[in-house]
Write a protein that binds this ligand. Structure first.
Ligand SMILES: Nc1ncnc2c1ncn2[C@@H]1O[C@H](COP(=O)(O)OP(=O)(O)OP(=O)(O)O)[C@@H](O)[C@H]1O
Ligand SMILES: [Mg+2]
Length: 171
């Protein structure tokens, strides 16, 4: 094939904060696509721990050495955004059956909105199959150890948000 188009995959989410489940999916995406664009959804209605700028900086810092991973923010329709940036694929992670119904609905709606975009689902390593940003925040705030569940830069930022909470148990 002459001059094959580079495949760009958009990986959308809140990433509040990015976890090792997310990075697992990004790495799998990189095996299949030329570039992965991590797209942080700006949703003023959803309460967040980290600001959009903090999330941008965190993910950029985690991938500063990888030129095939880009980070951006978007609002509005994902299908419109994907076409605008020249992506042909939307990547989503599937953890358990519980993710399926919502993801199935979104994938079919996005297909209806724009037939040029395909949604691709990827399964994380089993050890991350129970992991979510919400759970990480909850465990950390209660003094639990999140080492090995989030990139080091996220652990540092969590500590900065909750200075008196050590990682380990509190007595
Ligand atoms: N541990 C994980 N393994 C595989 N995919 C994941 C994992 N965590 C999130 N994803 C996927 O990443 C995408 C973005 O998810 P999102 O930003 O909502 O993360 P989340 O961890 O579910 O956050 P929250 O707890 O705030 O809902 C979705 O496709 C989601 O299914
Ligand atoms: Mg979620």
């Amino acid at each position: 094939m002459k001059g094959r188009q580079r495949t760009l995959a958009v990986y959308p989410g809140s990433f509040d904060p990015i976890t090792n489940g997310h990075t697992d999916i990004i790495e799998r995406g990189l095996k299949v696509f030329d570039e992965v664009l991590v797209a942080i959804l700006v949703n003023p209605e959803k309460q967040s721990l980290f600001t959009i700028d903090e999330r941008l900086a965190t993910i950029r810092s985690a991938y500063r050495r990888n030129k095939r991973v880009r980070v951006d923010t978007f609002s509005g329709l994902l299908a419109d955004y994907s076409v605008r940036v020249g992506a042909t694929v939307i990547v989503r992670g599937l953890r358990a059956v519980s993710d399926f119904e919502y993801e199935f609905q979104m994938a079919l709606m996005n297909r209806r909105l724009d037939k040029r975009i395909e949604t691709v689902f990827m399964m994380p390593a089993e050890r991350y199959s129970y992991l979510s940003s919400r759970l990480v925040k909850e465990v950390f705030q209660l003094g639990g150890d999140v080492g090995g569940l989030v990139p080091a830069v996220v652990e540092r930022r969590l500590r900065a948000k909750y200075p008196r909470r050590p990682t380990g148990r509190q007595r």
